[in-house]
Write a new protein. Structure first.
Length: 292
């Protein structure tokens, strides 16, 4: 995967100079090292339809999590002659997260990864090498060191992970649904509430957008991240170990989402100006009301 990650990152870097898919979407800094790392093209394609970002981030990067989990199950069985419940539950949670991605693939196209982050080593190598290794650290640990937490403990941690997942999915769905239906949308039994925002595109045209401020998006400005974090910490807790390596996934997701929250809010403030300030006034909490 390292070879593939470095090779595709290099291809993407050279392609941006030689034959960019959309010249206007290229972003150059003064440093080639920075450009290699953060990417130049937004959505590079090979030919007309083969989208490099979707292929590496979405397809290879996501699929490999479950393959690594199955390998660790096989390893545990081969070494210890059994597969522990904790490893089965961790694998089920990964399958749920990855399966969700495939069922909701169209939604992924509107996320920051696809819509805003340029394609370079950070996304390519990160999805192919770093994410599969770090995100499956619980299954890798369990493959080598089986744990046997009590059934009650497993039920609580697994149940909490499912609740986190439900919140993550519901918040993400509400945003897409409300923007699609506009004033026709109903959330939690009531008409959806919006702030009407506008922004200028590079061609100087004013465009309209909607900021949802009811449902999960009225509860906090990043409820989808909160659901993801509950899911991540509960998933690590299923292992039943305090070893640092088991928790690296949740700690890394915390750092990624905290950083995303700050950079996305900066971008939103620049894009929507007063409408964004109004949203922050109506929904003052970033993550959990009363805390943060
Ligand atoms: P979001 O799905 O939250 O998308 C942010 C965008 O949504 C903003 O840029 C803005 O786009 C729009 N938006 C923000 N607030 C509102 C609002 N109130 N009403 C309507 N639109 C709004 O962020 P991400 O793309 O970062 O994350 C997508 C999902 O993926 C999340 O659930 C996250 O947890 C998960 N994720 C998981 C990671 C992991 O490693 N486990 C890493 C990254 C993401 P616009 O410009 O269109 O207004």
């Amino acid at each position: 995967m390292n070879v593939v990650g470095w090779t595709i990152s290099s291809v993407a870097f050279i392609k941006a100079y030689v034959s960019p898919s959309h010249r206007d979407d290229c972003k150059f800094s003064r440093s080639s090292i920075y450009d290699f790392h953060m990417g130049i093209e937004l959505n590079p394609r090979l030919g007309k339809d083969f989208d490099l970002k979707l292929f590496t981030n979405g397809h290879l990067g996501m699929m490999i999590w479950t393959l690594i989990d199955f390998s660790n199950m096989a390893f545990q069985y081969q070494t210890y002659g059994r597969i522990d419940k904790s490893l089965i539950l961790v694998t089920i949670l990964h399958i749920l997260y990855v399966g969700d991605f495939y069922v909701n693939e169209a939604w992924y196209l509107s996320t920051i990864d696809i819509a805003h982050d340029h394609y370079g080593f950070y996304l390519c190598w990160g999805s192919l090498v770093f994410l599969p290794v770090v995100y499956t650290s619980q299954a890798q640990y369990l493959g080598m060191h089986p744990t046997s937490p009590s059934d009650a403990y497993l039920a609580i941690t697994f149940g909490t992970a499912l609740l986190g997942y439900a919140m993550f999915r519901a918040a993400n769905d509400q945003k897409g649904y409300a923007r699609r239906l506009g004033n026709q949308a109903r959330i939690w039994g009531k008409p959806a509430e919006f702030i009407h925002a506008s922004y200028l595109t590079l061609d100087g045209k004013a465009r309209a957008s909607l900021l949802l401020c009811s449902g999960w998006w009225g509860w906090s400005r990043h409820a989808n991240y909160v659901g993801d974090l509950i899911f991540s910490y509960s998933l690590c807790a299923v292992v039943g170990s305090t070893k640092l390596v088991v928790w690296t996934y949740a700690m890394f997701v915390t750092a990624v989402l905290a950083h995303r929250c700050l950079r996305d809010e900066k971008r939103m403030s620049a894009k929507y100006g007063a409408a964004w300030d109004e949203y922050c006034r109506r929904v003052p909490w970033r993550f959990v009301p009363g805390i943060l």
